[in-house]
Each structure stands twice: as C-alpha cells, then as structure tokens.
Design a protein around this ligand. Structure first.
Ligand code: GLY
Ligand code: MN
Ligand code: MN
Length: 462
C-alpha cells in the first residue's frame, strides 16, 4: 500500500470534484468458481484500490461530500472465519490504516443509505461490472437491479477518470515494477520458443514468472503461432519453424498496477526474409508512435501517424497502391490492423474501462471515429503529462477478412488483392510497449525488452 496520506489526498480531491452528495465505492467479493468455497483468485476493484488501498473482500467505502467525512463498512470476521483464515484486522483497524475515521457494519451501511434516501440526498455510484455488486447496490438503494446501470453517476465517473488518468511518480514506479516482471516473462519465453515446444508450455512459464513477481497476470496470456487472431487464447499448437509467435502478456504487482507487453518472435530464433520484412514495418510504426507522442497531440493523431508508416510499408511491398494520404483517409491499411494503437493502462490493464470506454478514451472534444480500424481505438483523447498508454501496432493477415473485403470490393482501388493472396498464410505480428507521456514527449517505461530483429535473434541464441 501507499502511505495513508496518498489515499486521504485522493479522497479529498474526489469529494471536491464531485461536489455534493454521497459517494459509494464498492469493493469486490470472493467469486466462486465451481462450488461456493472454491473461489477464483481474489481481485479487488480498482476504484476501491485507488481510493482506499485495502485488499480485503466485502468492503464498501463511502465519502460524504457535504460533511467531508469518509466511512468504511463491512462485517468483522468472527471465530468461525478466523479458524480458517487466521487472525485478521478489524474493520475499524483497516479504516484507520488508510486514514478513514468512521467505520461500521453492513447493517450500519443500510441505515446510512436509508437516511440518505429519506433526505433525498444525491447518491453517486459507479456502474457495477459484477452481478453480486449490482444486487448489493439494488438492496442498499431500494432499486431494481435492471435500473442500477441507468442511474450510475456521470459526475463520479468523470471525477474518477480525471484523477486516475494522471499517474503519480509512485504509481509509475509500481508500473515499472510490473514491467520488470514482464521482462522476465518475455525474455524467458523468447528463449523457449523453439520448434517442438507447445504454446501452453510458454504460457505456463509466463504465468509462473508473474506469480514469482508476487502478482497475477494482468489478463490471460496470448501465446500463439496464429497471431492473426487478435486475442487468441488457445495454447494447444506445437511451435513450428516458419511461424511467428505472438506473445502478449503482462502482470500485476502486489498492489495491482499492470504491465502489458507484446513481443513477436520467429519460432527457432531466426527471422526469414518475409518475417523480417513485415516485422520491420510494424517496428517502424511502433517507433513512430513513440516519436510523435507528446502532450497536446491526440492519440487519434498518433494512431494515424503509425498508420501512415504501416501503409507506406505495405505500398513498398506491393500490397497497397495509390496515394498514401488517400489510403490512410479511407482506412485501407486497417484490413491488416483492425484494432486501435493503444489504451490507457494503470490499475487495470485497459485502465478504467469499467466506467465505459468512451468515458475514459474520449471527451467532448475528441469523439470516436466510425471508420473500421480507427473506430476500435480505445483512447483517442488529447494527451497530458502523466498518462500511461500502450503503443501496440500490429499486422495481421486474417484470411476471412481478406476474403470478405475482396468479395465486397472494399477499398479495392487501394488494395492489390492478388499480391495479398501470397501472404494469407503468414499469421500475425504485434509489438507493444507501455509509454508515459512526459512534459516534453514520452518515455518507454521499464527496462528495454529485446525488440529489434538483432536483439531478438541475439536473445533467442542464448
Ligand atoms: N492484451 C490486451 C491488449 O494488448 O490490449
Ligand atoms: Mn497486450
Ligand atoms: Mn494492450
């Protein structure tokens, strides 16, 4: 945990930004896997972590904007729990550890809510993404579960996004810790990427490395020789010479700050000509994005700058044709990259997406594009110092999508479908770094993980 002063300052700021009323911030509960007592790994809610920092299940935080008081509600453990769990701090002790002066039971919380409702006070809450939290809110507020999402507080969402978008120095240090573990995950897996191994062996190694860094994965590992499937979670293929292996994986620290790194390597450790050609086009796009990222530019513009590099590379290869500006304006290059350049990252790997992606990545000034590809960009806003964002261009030869565009004639004036036919069995490549927007530009976070052709070949030869 950070010091209690960090959490007190964050809560004070939140109360100030929301202005009036009561704010309810729900922690998470244990979630059962296949029978009630066999639970998944416990993951605390990220908003709760940001403002209260506590890892125990079943906690609820309340901030009163009108009297400046904070509260922590939960039931204390009794002896029936303690014989299974060992001694645990009381709710009052937990509250004091993060500078909260008031605490009570869940029954006290219900009384508190009833009073707030009777006084017609504004009650702010976030849209719950777990059914148990939705049911809990429904009971506390006397609302039908199906009405809960509709009345989630946009004022609270905006205040949370405002604060959490700007990472402090202590948060950056945590993120770099997560990237240090991701370094071990990726460099170790690169060295294992030899013919005859199975994807699941490398995926399992990565998950083990994450836990050796004392945290979980930040999302299920993507480890695949079929990288043309963007989020391929199947790990059953045997590695074969001639295939590119896409490894997209990150971890969380003990405090749940994330990393999200992708490296793509040739099985066996040596790029062939086709692999090197596509790899260097994607690498140049990744480098271009980092070159232009700075405060004041929008991430939509950065996405477009990276797209121009990809499109020029495909033009040089004969896959695309025509005027570069027109290719990019019409989104012809998106056939080979149907996703956006990146997303915010922090306490969530796709940071704050539970608030609604549009509320995090866009604002009144910058609205999402409707164009295929650019429309999938999760964060298009104007960048500010302190934002942490991913830079993750890719190239994917997706046979079903190529066939569809070919049959429909989509962007046919810019695409040489005969040439593209020769690449349909290639697979995919993605390269992903986590970058911090600084006062003057950006910094790729963490110890550099091998990324150039020469660095990857040298690492895999070890
Ligand atoms: N692995 C998910 C992402 O890169 O966004
Ligand atoms: Mn990723
Ligand atoms: Mn990512």
């Amino acid at each position: 945990m950070f010091s209690k002063e960090t959490y007190i300052a964050r809560r004070n700021q939140l109360r100030k930004d929301v202005g009036q009323g009561i704010i309810i911030i729900q922690g998470n509960h244990e979630a059962s896997c296949n029978y009630p007592d066999n639970t998944y790994y416990f993951r605390q809610d990220s908003t709760f972590l940001y403002f209260f920092g506590l890892q125990r299940e079943d906690l609820i935080g309340v901030l009163d904007c009108d009297n400046g008081q904070d509260y922590l509600f939960a039931n204390d453990y009794d002896i029936d729990d303690i014989i299974w769990t060992g001694p645990l701090p009381s709710v009052a002790d937990l509250a004091a550890s993060v500078g909260v002066t008031n605490s009570g039971s869940l029954a006290d919380l219900q009384v508190f809510c009833n009073k707030g409702i009777a006084q017609a006070r504004r009650i702010h809450y976030l849209p719950p993404y777990r059914a148990d939290n939705k049911l809990q809110l429904s009971k506390l507020l006397g609302m039908k579960p199906c009405a809960i999402d509709k009345y989630a507080s946009m004022d609270l969402i905006k205040a949370c996004v405002k604060q959490r978008s700007i990472k402090s120095a202590e948060e950056i240090a945590e993120i770099e810790k997560a990237i240090a573990t991701a370094y071990n995950m990726h460099v170790g897996a690169m060295k294992m990427a030899m013919p005859g191994r199975y994807e699941y062996e490398l995926a399992g190694f990565m998950e083990g490395q994450a836990w050796m860094g004392n945290g979980p994965l930040s999302f299920p590992v993507i480890m695949t020789i079929h990288g043309e499937t963007l989020h391929n979670h199947n790990h059953n293929h045997k590695l074969e010479l001639g295939r590119m292996l896409v490894m997209d994986a990150g971890c969380e620290t003990e405090m749940n700050y994330c990393s999200d790194i992708t490296r793509s390597v040739p099985v066996g450790g040596k790029f062939n000509d086709r692999q090197r050609t596509i790899y260097e086009i994607v690498l140049n796009a990744n480098l271009e994005a980092a070159r232009v990222t700075r405060p004041g530019i929008t991430y939509q513009e950065v996405h477009t700058a990276a797209s121009r590099v990809l499109a020029q590379g495909y033009k040089d290869l004969g896959i695309l044709k025509g005027n570069l500006d027109d290719i990019v304006a019409n989104g012809a290059h998106s056939l080979l990259m149907p996703h956006g350049l990146g997303h915010m990252m922090g306490l969530d790997v796709h940071d704050m997406e539970n608030y609604g992606q549009i509320n995090v990545g866009y604002d009144d000034e910058i609205r999402p594009s409707e164009q295929f590809g650019l429309g999938s960009l999760r964060c298009g806003r104007r960048l500010q110092p302190g934002f942490v964002i991913t830079d993750e261009p890719g190239c994917y030869f997706i046979p079903a999508l190529i066939d569809k565009w070919h049959a429909e004639g989509t962007n046919k004036e810019f695409i040489n479908f005969d040439e593209l036919e020769k690449w349909k069995d290639f697979g995919g490549i993605r390269i992903e770094d986590d970058i911090l927007v600084t006062d003057t530009g950006c910094r790729v976070l963490g110890k550099p993980i091998p990324k150039t052709v020469a660095e990857i070949e040298a690492t895999m030869a070890e």
